[in-house]
Design a protein around this ligand. Structure first.
Ligand code: UT7
Length: 325
């Protein structure tokens, strides 16, 4: 009998501090940086994002999301035999956020590691967990995207600081006789390292270089729509399905215009696209599981639906996961 992996529970967590465009515009104006709610909504679709307060780490957000996913799956932390955390904003240089989170869940022994693929991190992590489950290396995994991008933002750079937010989303992925995950498709192109990066590094106990986010937004935008279409088509072809089989497109939540462009190329109506960028901003690796959980909990996405999850971001990285919920 073929062994598959299947999502049995979803969860998410947002830090309580909600920052609207009006809040952010006022904060930036105080330091001489000019922006507006109109510009942000028109160019990105973002209306609000959540920011953590001091003392909160990616493992805290991820552990809260994991608890919700475990509850939805009817599982206990002790039932988990693999933890993968997708993050570009780890608690520490090392050990991994996954190990810190494992300890916060009160369990020990199972493998736990981070995946660093920036905004594609969740589809990368889900693909790794799917592979490990299908080969028998794991049976019941927690796959988490957790990010605190607010700490990477240059609040003097209006072209980036209005775009990102903090949050976490999680799924429980279990071995199953039925799919589950139907096909995955991952890519990277390191020739584009410079278009979205945090170029600093740690040396001699200090941050060297620039530790804040830099992005050539237009270059990212142009690449994103094309590769998202390609990855979706590749995953569909591997699974022997077509666009018509997709009930919901759940793309990385960076910009409503990228999502609209991708949906158009895949000939999907916009009401089949899960959109949370308006309320969450771009939460990098957390954005897809946050959007998935919000759609599941609102009752829009249901068991049996066919979902296309798609990530794109720094690296340059991109990928898709096609699954039956
Ligand atoms: O998560 C990883 C993936 N990341 C992404 O997908 C991001 C992809 N890129 C984008 O979403 C868009 O390129 C942005 C939202 C970043 C920018 O939108 P755009 O339509 O490409 O704007 P632009 O960069 O062409 O800027 C247009 C104008 C410029 O002024 P001038 O040169 O025309 O006078 C900018 O200086 O808008 C100005 N501008 C702003 N104005 C008010 C840039 N940022 C702001 C701002 N408020 N926050």
């Amino acid at each position: 009998m073929t062994r598959y992996s299947r999502i049995t529970g979803t969860g998410s967590h947002l830090p309580p501090r909600r920052v609207t465009n009006a809040d952010l515009t006022a904060q930036l104006a105080a330091s001489g940086v000019e922006t507006s709610d109109e510009w942000i909504v028109e160019r990105t679709g973002i209306r609000a994002r959540h920011f953590v307060d001091p003392g909160m780490f990616a493992s805290d957000l991820g552990a809260a999301a994991a608890h919700h996913a475990l509850e939805a799956a009817g599982r206990q932390p002790q039932d988990i035999d693999l933890i993968i955390v997708a993050t570009s904003t780890p608690d520490m240089v090392f050990p991994s956020t996954a190990c810190i989170l494992q300890n916060k869940l009160g369990i020990a022994g199972c493998p736990a590691f981070d995946v660093q693929a920036v905004c594609s991190g969740f589809v990368y992590a889900l693909t790794v967990a799917d592979s490990m489950i299908r080969t028998g290396a794991a049976t019941r995994a927690l796959v988490i995207g957790a990010e605190i991008f607010s700490r990477l933002l240059d609040f003097k750079d209006r072209t980036t600081c209005v775009l990102f937010g903090d949050g976490a989303g999680a799924v429980v992925l279990e071995a199953s006789d039925e799919p589950g995950i139907l096909a995955t498709d991952l890519h990277a192109d390191g020739r584009h390292v410079g278009i979205l990066c945090v170029p600093g590094h740690v040396s001699g106990g200090a941050a060297m270089g620039d530790p804040l986010l830099k992005m050539d937004g237009q270059a990212v935008f142009k690449l994103a729509v094309g590769v998202l279409e390609e990855a979706a088509r590749a995953a569909l072809a591997k699974a022997g399905r077509t666009e018509a089989d997709i009930d919901w497109l759940i793309p990385h939540q960076a910009n409503i215009r990228i999502m609209q462009g991708t949906a158009k190329r895949l000939k999907l109506p916009l009401d089949k696209v899960v959109v949370t960028v308006d309320q969450h901003g771009n939460t990098s690796a957390a954005s897809i599981p946050l959007a998935l959980d919000s759609a599941v909990r609102s009752g829009r996405v249901r068991k049996g639906d066919t979902l296309m999850l798609e990530g794109v971001g720094g690296g340059f990285t991109w990928g898709a996961v096609l699954l039956d919920l």
